[in-house]
Design a protein around this ligand. Structure first.
Ligand SMILES: Cc1ncc(COP(=O)(O)O)c(C=O)c1O
Length: 395
């Protein structure tokens, strides 16, 4: 087939591939526990579903402006003002098909072929591939061993070709919430080297620390002019399937993203946009319930992982993932099956314990493995029992 060079160099999403394996195993009748998923297990809160239903009955089923309805863009602008202390007008905001398309359209709008984009690793699977799709070059820079940003390494990675730095806090997969101090240093690098920032804040509300969530665009007018703030409803409101995300930033960047979106996807489903307004309006209590529940699960799973030999885990402060270093298990074996690396360990767990985790290679970090605790406590206990037994079988 005549597949373009652009696409040939891009790997399919490893997390979505793993979902396929889990579905196939389940279809064969296996009781697989999926801790590989990046979505809350909760149902979307009822008021949001009711708002979508009402919107559909009211005829909100036609196209909207490609960049999203004025009503939702206004609601997003006030959210950003109240929660994040960034002043945007609705014209500085675009509603996108999930935060994912905000990030992709942002990269397409900002990068010329060959431009470099710096991302700290471990990092979310899609950044690197999106950067490649935009014909730019990903430059990944390791974080420190405690998952904090290594701002010296970020600055050392800047070249004449660097265009954008992507920051994701709270982070997927590490759960790190970056300190204000380190983010100020990143902002300083961006200003001094005349760069642009993409701040992915989709896990903003899922935080288990007193450390504040810091939005980079709030630092100063100058940094605001150089920042695209990206967020969405998927993680905060358990709305992954509704596909509503957004970005706010300099008007020319938002306008370019709207042009891309108008040709690539058009508007986000109209009733999803109306439902999103309801999420902002009435669902704080649901968000707090989910946050607390995630925190209990994090504490439980972290406690269990910490006791496992060969596994080293840093306590995550946000999101809903644990990202233990499992390199202490490499070289061990069970029944002649040698754990050579993280993918081999993930395969071993899936084959022998029916538990699906994502190997760290997917996050540019081959020593780790990502465990999502977005499952019920009962399922999590079962999963941890299975993982523990599998690890103890390794000699
Ligand atoms: C760090 C990060 N950013 C963005 C997204 C995209 O979320 P969505 O497109 O569902 O809003 C995800 C989803 O996994 C994520 O983990």
């Amino acid at each position: 087939m005549m597949i373009s060079e652009r696409v040939k160099q891009v790997a399919p999403s490893q997390t979505l591939e793993l979902n396929k394996k889990v579905a196939e195993g389940r279809a064969e009748g296996r009781n697989i526990i999926a801790l590989n998923s990046g979505e809350p297990d909760f149902n979307t809160p009822a008021p949001i579903i009711e708002a979508a239903h009402r919107a559909m009955l009211d005829g909100k089923t036609k196209y909207t402006e490609a960049r999203g309805t004025l009503a939702l863009r206004e609601a997003i602008a006030s959210k950003l003002k109240n929660d994040n202390r960034i002043a945007y007008t609705p014209d500085d905001v675009i509603v996108t098909t999930g935060a994912k398309f905000a990030l992709f359209a942002g990269l397409l709008a900002l990068c010329n072929p060959g431009d470099e984009v710096i991302v700290s690793k471990p990092c979310w699977v899609s950044y690197v591939e999106m950067i490649r799709l935009a014909e730019a070059v990903p430059v990944t820079v390791p974080v420190n061993s405690d998952w904090s940003l290594d701002t010296d390494a970020i600055e050392a990675a800047v070249t004449a070709k660097t265009r954008v730095i992507i920051i994701n806090s709270p982070n997927n997969p590490t759960g790190a919430v970056y300190s204000e101090d380190s983010l100020r240093r990143v902002a300083d690098i961006v200003e001094r080297h005349n760069l642009f920032l993409i701040s992915d804040e989709v896990y903003e509300k899922l935080k288990y620390t007193d450390k504040p969530h810091v939005s980079l665009a709030a630092f100063s007018e100058d940094i605001k002019k150089r920042t695209l703030t990206v967020n969405g409803f998927s993680k905060t409101y358990a709305m992954t399937g509704w596909r509503v995300g957004y970005a706010a930033g300099p008007r020319d960047v938002i306008r370019s993203m709207s042009t891309i979106q108008s040709h690539a996807t058009s508007n986000v489903a109209t009733f999803s946009q109306w439902a999103a307004i309801e999420a902002f309006r009435s669902c704080d209590v649901h968000v707090e319930y989910m946050r607390k529940t995630f925190e209990e699960r994090r504490d439980y799973a972290y406690g269990r992982l910490q006791r496992l030999p060969g596994v080293h885990c840093t306590l995550p402060e946000g999101a809903f993932y644990l990202f233990p270093d499992v390199s202490g298990l490499f070289g061990k074996s069970d029944n002649g099956r040698v754990i050579v690396d993280a993918p081999a360990f993930a395969e071993y767990l899936l084959d022998t314990a029916d538990v699906a985790l994502v190997p760290g290679n997917a996050f540019e970090s081959p020593e780790g493995i990502r465990l999502s605790y977005a499952v019920s406590m009962e399922t999590l206990i079962d999963a941890m029992d299975r993982i523990e037994a599998a690890v103890y079988r390794l000699k």
